[in-house]
Design a protein around this ligand. Structure first.
Ligand code: NAP
Length: 307
């Protein structure tokens, strides 16, 4: 593969940035990868692992002369970083991000950036419950979606270049309106995370009552909630604070459906429950048909599950 950007600056060097660094090296699409993280420890780890060619001790220095700058910090930290880098951006550079929320990030960053750069927000729909520079790997984006939400001036050529870049990192690329992105993600990611956090919190209270039985028998479905609920607290706090409207909209619908199912259980309405679960099973089939998960029982774990 040939070089797509001569110099790429990654600001924030956690799971997503380190995976991007590994995937860029695999694809050979960046001439030089420059990194910045706020702690020296993270910067040293990035150099030791080698997913950056060089690190700088400030974001402003890292973006100097970069052709592509990608903000890979928590959503709530994006504006401060944008303020710091704005005066040092190269004219004609593309600035992007990987934030899990788009409207709020755009509102925070766009007014700060100079007119002579192209701002093209992005969100790779790929992640794990782990964080930090050691958790990244080159295959993270393979066959996953990366959504671009271009705003303002068309920047046709720059959008097409960024699309080629994400494809080279293994992703499928889609463009979307930022508000629509936030609603789709509220359904597919944000509210499911909140439900997992809640269920694990409830079980934790119960666990104290039942003397560790919740942990002992967790293979009966619960442990899949615990994996999601182990996700980074800072990242997820920022997601809910910044995707407030869409999250509350979907949560409202969720609680209505939950009450409906609660009533069906109380009434002993087996037909309603069976119909509902038949409909939801078809959604899983759709996900498998789209190649977004493996069609193996128990998520491919080789231990039998006992529910
Ligand atoms: P991460 O592993 O926790 O890494 C975050 C990085 O940002 C670290 O290098 C950290 O620096 C730096 N950072 C944190 N707070 C900062 C602040 N206030 N100012 C400056 N730098 C700060 O996070 P991640 O999972 O890669 O997530 C990064 C972004 O990707 C977030 O916006 C998230 O919404 C988005 N995203 C995440 C996932 C996912 O599943 N994890 C998926 C798609 C998109 P230190 O190491 O020095 O503390």
């Amino acid at each position: 593969m040939s070089i797509i950007y001569e110099k790429v600056a990654l600001i924030g060097l956690g799971l997503i940035a380190s995976s991007m660094g590994h995937a860029m090296k695999r694809a050979g699409v960046a001439g030089e990868i420059i990194g910045y993280a706020r702690s020296k420890e993270t910067r040293d780890i990035a150099l030791e692992i080698g997913f950056c060619d060089r690190v700088e001790d400030s974001a402003a220095k890292a973006v100097f002369d970069a052709d592509l700058v990608v903000l890979c910090v928590p959503v709530g930290a994006m504006a401060d970083v944008a303020l710091e880098i704005a005066p040092n951006l190269k004219s004609g550079a593309t600035v992007s991000d990987v934030g899990s929320v788009k409207e709020a990030v755009i509102a925070a960053i766009e007014p700060i950036l100079p007119d002579n750069v192209s701002f093209i927000p992005a969100h790779p729909l790929a992640g794990t419950e782990q964080s930090g520079p050691r958790s990244g790997f080159a295959e993270l984006f393979d066959n996953r979606w990366c959504i671009l939400t271009p705003v303002g001036a068309p920047h046709v050529q720059e959008v097409s270049q960024l699309q080629s870049y994400w494809r080279a990192l293994g992703a499928n690329v889609e463009t979307m309106d930022p508000a629509h992105h936030d609603l789709v993600l509220a359904v597919t990611s944000h509210v499911p995370h909140l439900i997992a956090y809640t269920m694990v919190g409830v079980a934790d209270d119960l666990g104290r009552v039942t003397d560790e039985e919740v942990v002992q028998y967790s293979a009966a479905g619960f442990r899949d909630f615990t994996r999601i609920a182990a996700s980074d607290p800072t990242m997820w706090r920022d997601v809910f604070l910044n995707n407030k409207e869409a999250t509350l909209e979907i949560l409202g619908r969720f609680t209505e459906e939950l009450f409906d199912l609660q009533r069906a259980i109380r009434r002993g309405d087996g037909v309603q429950l069976h119909d509902y679960f038949t409909r939801t099973r078809a959604i899983r089939r759709g996900i498998l048909d789209a190649g977004q998960d493996m069609d193996v029982p128990n998520f491919g774990r080789n231990v039998p599950h006992d529910d």
